[in-house]
Design a binder for this molecule. Sequence first.
Ligand SMILES: [Ca+2]
Length: 242
Amino acid sequence: MELETIREITERKMFTNVFQPIYHLPSQTIVGYESLLRCPLIKSPDLLFDAARKQGYVHELDMASIANSIQTFDLYYQQNYVNDLFLAVNVYPSTMSFPFFPQFLEKIITKTCLSNRQIILEINESEPLKDISKIMKNISSLKEKGFIIALDDLGTGEHSLYTLLEIEPDVIKFDNYLAKDLSSNPKKQKVLTYFLDFFDNNKKIILEGIETKEDMLCAQKIGVPYAQGYYLSKPHLLHISC
Ligand SMILES: [Ca+2]
């Protein structure tokens, strides 16, 4: 993969964003969407970002994807107005550390009918947080402006208890590992119950990767408030009429 190609993908917007609904489990209603990057030239988003990382092009691609997600979601939101529907976007730690990231976000939001408090920034686990102080400045500024900070894929990847305590996210996402076979795995149920008790009501918890009815019912039974996964709904393009 040549640098020109990654640059071309980014600058010519040769990608799209699909949106996976996030459900409030007790009421079975959609409360928001997570936006996911798709590129026809490189099917795997991980491989796409690996190539971008090798060539020092991560934050350009990340920010282009975030901008497109917000603009697409805004069009959908204007046509299908639902009160307080939120949009979760994935953000690499290196993008979050980028000095002008808060200004970049605000500039996009002011051109939409969305408000900052509808945007969840999911700090993903694909890069180690080498120096947490670097991103803390932007995180504090974004929190002050009303953006919601989420820690993605807790329990896997690079996130640790240290990250959790330092960042103090508003939302915590647990990845597929905990959701898979949840209904037949008492250990996973116990761990999830522990976290639900531990965070009580001061953090929103989203369980990713619900793929069966049994696991969905089990998550509901133990009190998981929010969830997403193929059983609930696959990621899809947002229908926007011209
Ligand atoms: Ca995510």
